[in-house]
Write a protein of this length. Structure first.
Length: 406
């Protein structure tokens, strides 16, 4: 069976669901397809940090400003999909004090609010923090629950006319006269869609989707491990104040904390080694900030794959690749009705979606403005309703499974 749609969005993570919502709010006919349940890929397998931008302030100021702006927006529109916990950048005795000062100065330049406190003061507030802490810096970090965030975006898209199809993997695409003409869906859907425009928001699978129409997306994907352990005495996010490295983030939940992460290049977003050394290193390094996590009961472990895009710098260490997003058209490859959106952060998904929707509307001659920065997500004040959305779209990921349904 064939069906038509103005825009087919491939990929049901935060960016794809965000694009579908943005377009639906502009009265564009849109279909969102995901090969599994929503949030099955990178979004639902993250550490769940809502970035203030401080992590990137000295190394990637445009991305830091984007994170700052978008985290403020999410705290206004996302309600129970986020938690405003604040965050601490912690300097241990072995860490370079010049890096701490550079971070603080860069945050000030970007506009990220900070407060520096000495080791004694911060240990009074967080007693289990290591005695090795010399000073720390408060920043406006937070926590995002990706399963809720993605499901709420999809629900709003659906409520404004979008079709959301899960268990619908793309099995084939055909192009004719420089345009994608048909997209075959398998799984539980088993139909062919004839789109006017296609958005490839498939995360680490974006390259294989593009290849179906002889287009190219050059990714440099990396895997990272997250470990959730029992611990109920942490409120802010903890960040190690040093050059980004393994095991330098601890994200608080109610009675758990998520420890992460590593950054290891992979060739295949599905077939890669889940190495024990990554788990042990993450726990060991995080315990340098918060010693009790070393012996805490381990509850679950998962890996995520980052869809990093930086073809000119593929030889760089993967931590040096920008976390900014890239919106790629493929008309120079002979196909002019498909765009790929890759890179970025969970925190900046809405901005990525807005840029993509702006492009699509321009190509379709749709004159409508983005509304997603000011319109609250459905269920933002009702956790039970949002968790019903998660169940409806089979959108439960490992990042926040201990928080959904409470």
């Amino acid at each position: 069976m064939n069906s038509r749609t103005d825009v087919l969005v491939i990929g049901g993570g935060a960016t794809g669901a965000g694009v579908a919502r943005d377009l639906a709010l502009r009265d564009v006919e849109v279909t969102l397809v995901e090969r599994d349940g929503l949030s099955a890929g990178t979004s639902g397998r993250s550490h769940g940090l809502l970035h203030s931008g401080a992590r990137y302030a000295e190394a990637d100021r445009p991305e830091a400003r984007a994170c700052l702006e978008e985290s403020r927006i999410l705290k206004e529109i996302a309600g129970v999909c986020v938690r405003d916990t604040r965050g601490l950048f912690v300097q241990l005795s072995e860490d370079d004090p010049d890096y701490f000062e550079a971070k603080r100065a860069a945050c000030e330049e970007v506009g990220i609010s900070t407060e520096v406190v000495d080791g004694e003061s911060v240990r009074a507030e967080i007693p289990d923090l290591t005695d090795d802490v010399e000073r720390a810096m408060w920043v406006p970090d937070g926590v995002v629950l990706p399963s809720r965030l993605v499901a709420a975006n999809a629900a709003d898209a659906r409520d404004h006319g979008a079709e959301v199809l899960t268990r619908a993997p793309v099995t084939g695409m055909r192009r004719e006269n420089g345009r994608v003409t048909e997209v075959d869906l398998g799984g539980e859907v088993d139909e062919t869609i004839e789109p006017t425009y296609v958005v490839n928001a498939a995360g680490p699978y974006a390259a294989s989707i593009a290849e179906m129409v002889d287009a190219t997306v050059t990714l440099h994907p990396t895997k990272g491990v997250m470990v959730s352990v029992e611990y109920d005495r942490l409120e802010p996010v903890l960040n190690r104040c040093r050059d980004p490295d393994d095991g330098d983030i601890i994200v608080p939940h109610d009675d758990e904390v998520v420890l992460g992460t590593t950054s290891v290049p992979v060739d295949d977003p599905e077939e890669y080694e889940r190495a024990d050394w990554e788990v042990e290193r993450s726990v060991e390094e995080c315990a340098k900030m918060l010693p009790p996590v070393a012996d805490a009961a381990r509850l679950r472990t998962w890996w995520g794959v980052r869809p990093l895009y930086e073809p000119e710098e593929a030889a760089l260490d993967e931590r040096g690749i920008s976390r900014g997003f890239h919106l790629l058209e493929h008309d120079d490859e002979g196909v002019d009705n498909i765009a790929s959106i890759v890179g970025g952060k969970l925190t900046t998904y809405r901005k990525m979606a807005e840029a993509t929707a702006d492009l699509v509307c321009d190509r379709l001659d749709v004159d409508a403005d983005c509304e997603t920065a000011t319109r609250r997500l459905p269920g933002a004040d009702d956790p039970e309703q949002v968790d019903e959305f998660v169940a409806e779209f089979d959108g439960q990921g490992p990042t926040d499974e201990d928080l959904i349904g409470r």
